[in-house]
Ligand binder design. Structure first.
Ligand code: 5GP
Length: 196
């Protein structure tokens, strides 16, 4: 973790009346699909919308999938301590806006963060009660197939994502729950069993 990322992780402690759920797993593992199904079945769960410096992919909507910001805007958010956690991933910055998450947790709601490993580690430091879930692919080969089939990333980004995936998978046992996303329905059932 960089020095500034560590600084972002020493915030005020939110009152733990709601619940924070951290959802992590390598790029391409199918976290998005799994989460969409979970949220459709449990509207009481709120998904936090992250800020990122990455360009929008086709179909992605600003404010819904991400807040798409420039690098200077992102750096300003970090300097103003507006982010609960943040990290660099495959050449772009990603971070969780602090205000909405703290307000929702304090209001007793369940908030889900879909974030990568470094961010999940920062959350553990300041919010140890958070339930941290790691989604694994059936194998690294299968993960590579899924990333390539998505066809949305240039080759260099694919290989950065695969390197990062290997490092993330090695950290899976830092998490409270590990779920293999082979069969979607089975993974969803395991996720619900962990949450409810
Ligand atoms: P993608 O570019 O595929 O949407 O996301 C790349 C990675 O960034 C994924 O592993 C995703 O979970 C992670 N990510 C998305 N938002 C955040 C965030 O707010 N903080 C952190 N630390 N990671 C994030």
């Amino acid at each position: 973790m960089s020095k500034s990322a560590a600084a972002a992780a020493t915030p005020t402690q939110p009152t733990a009346v709601g619940r924070l759920i951290v959802f992590t797993g390598p790029s391409g593992v199918g976290k998005g699909t799994l989460l969409r199904q979970l949220l459709a079945r449990h509207p009481e769960l709120h998904l936090s919308v992250s800020a990122t410096t990455r360009n929008p992919r086709p179909g992605e909507v600003n404010g819904q999938h991400y807040f798409f910001v420039s690098r200077p805007e992102f750096e300003q958010m970090v300097a103003d301590q507006q982010l609960l956690e943040w990290a660099e991933f495959a050449g772009n910055c990603y971070g969780t806006p602090r205000g909405p998450v703290e307000a929702q947790v304090q209001a007793g709601q369940w908030v889900v963060l879909e974030i990568e490993l470094e961010g999940a580690r920062q959350v553990r430091n300041f919010f140890p009660e958070a339930l941290r879930i790691f989604i694994l692919p059936p194998s690294l080969g299968e993960l590579e197939n899924r990333i390539r089939q998505r066809g949305q990333d240039p080759e260099a980004a694919i290989s950065r994502r695969l390197d990062r995936a290997t490092a993330e998978i090695a950290a899976a046992d830092e998490f409270d729950v590990q779920i293999v996303n082979d069969d979607l329905d089975q993974a969803l059932a395991e996720l619900e069993a962990a949450l409810f």
